[in-house]
Design a protein around this ligand. Sequence first.
Ligand code: ZN
Length: 100
Amino acid sequence: MKKCEYCDAKMDDNDYYCPSCGKTSSSEKQEIRRNTFFHRLFSFILPFLGLILYLLHRNSNTKLAKIAIRSAIVGVLFYILIFVLFIVYLILSIIVGIFS
Ligand SMILES: [Zn+2]
């Protein structure tokens, strides 16, 4: 158990936000920012990891879970876009090859 540094309410060790006043301690704010950044980055680069992070945080930290799954979806869409562009490029190069 830890205590909120603003209102002294009891907080669960896993809580980032005070259940009483909703504030976050300053050291935790930094940690949240760092966590948010890495969750966004890794979920985007490796959408599968984003899905795992989502499942891990789903019950304990819904905010991070949402960030992870959202970045994973954006990552998947990004890879699909790259793949489609690659296919279009292949088709175009075949067409150009036929008519030249
Ligand atoms: Zn508080």
